[in-house]
Design a protein. Sequence first.
Lengths: 320, 224
Amino acid sequence: MSLLQADIGLKQGGFSLEARLEAPGDGITVLFGPSGSGKSTLLAVLAGLKNADRQAVVLDGRDLSRLPPHRRGIGLVFQDARLFPHLSVRRNIEFAGRRATHTAPPIEEVARFFDITALLDRRVRNLSGGEKSRVALARALASRPDFLLLDEPFAALDGARRRAFIQVLIHMHHAWRLPMLVVTHNIDDAAALGSHLVALKEGRVVAAGEFTEASRNPKFQALLDSRDTGAAVRLAHSQHGGHWLRADQVLIAAEQPKAISARNILAGTVQRLTPEPDGVLVELATEAGILLSRLTPEAVAELGLAPQKRAWALVKAHAL
Amino acid sequence: MLSGGELQILATSFWVAANAVLWSLPFAIAAAFALSRPRFPGKLLLDAVAHLPIILPPVLVGFVLLMLMGRRGPVGALLAEAGIQFAFTAKGAALATAVMIFPVFVRSIRLAFEATDRGLFEAAAVLRAGPLDRFFSVALPLAGPGILAGMVMAFATALGEFGAVITFAANIPGKTQTLPLAIYAVLQQPGGEAEAARLAMLSFLLALLGLAAAALLQRRAARE
């Protein structure tokens, strides 16, 4: 399994990056942070495209720090796809396949996987944003990297296309056993993709580890907009990633609710009550993991909520 | 229509200009690519050397070539042993022209390289393409239309070279006499103005054609 370890130091004008991180090979690591936190810079250093003042990049025990980008075996999918405009879609993918050090998968198979068979002989200039992103993924896969970095490859997509693309990424990760580090600043995407989390703020790692656990770190929650405060939950039918359940989407009942439309009722135990400017955050340990709910102080008092008390969380199904 | 002598002059001009462009091409591409890079040691020096022929008087360029490549020059003597002679030959005219068009050539190719998105080289690098590979498979094809436009421009410029050519290759009808050299020659004879005017018109037409072709190619390159 490819374990990527890095320790990077870099000063650039007023910005400094001091990051030590680990991305395990058996899952998708999300590199999360607000814009300007150094995510893209970090990826560029890992890929060897940018020099750092201090860098140790180790993949599977192999020290890559002194290798040029084309010898590192680290793939990178850019935000803007960067397809070669002088080549057709097919030739773009072949460009990668011909230079792969392991056997590249047949182009027809790759094309079918990413649903771009009909595009193979098109010029890349005429592709839509979503098509470009899929071709960029296909090209990256064809080069058979040992580790794949993705810099918000779905930034240009929205709504259903974005969710579909994320499913393709997860599928790709499993089908080709390709370890990935994905940059995003969108919490829903992060929770959908991530099995591990590295949170970056102003060039420093503020939280890292298994996603559900690391995302509970207050330093991580502080990176989010207060409306996005929440917890990652794993759905029973998904083997990967999960869902970001916002504290404002969870109701709490002190008794087991009956005759109610909410399909998701989870029994649990109150862990902690944290007062905050917008109300009180209730932490409830349930079978789906720890959930957060934001209540008014009056509601907390009325329900008599206190640590170790039994309570029920109600979640509207469409919030999941 | 054109007389036999005029056709001969035209043929010499085209041969000299075409060879000058072809000989200059690889060096111009190499220099242009190097100069399009953001920074490297010696960039300023290379930039200055590449521009030298524009700044120096053409006669001086011809003179330096004569000193170096003449039969008694350090390079010329070596070449003479191998049976190759540049001074006072059509090859010499092409060489002098190649040196003179170099700055214009480098400048237009450099623009083509600078116009290509550097991000594409990074994309190629993370797909395991090394520096040389990136140059041949990404930089060169993307700059291709611009290089072609530069070649046409350089060819048009080459047709007009005078000072360096006449100094290094002399003005030998049927051998080194190109269009501008022929105009100069007929102007030396009394009553040669009419012939000079015909040749000048021809020269003018060729230059216009060259410019139009270069502009067309440049526009196509911009559309790519």
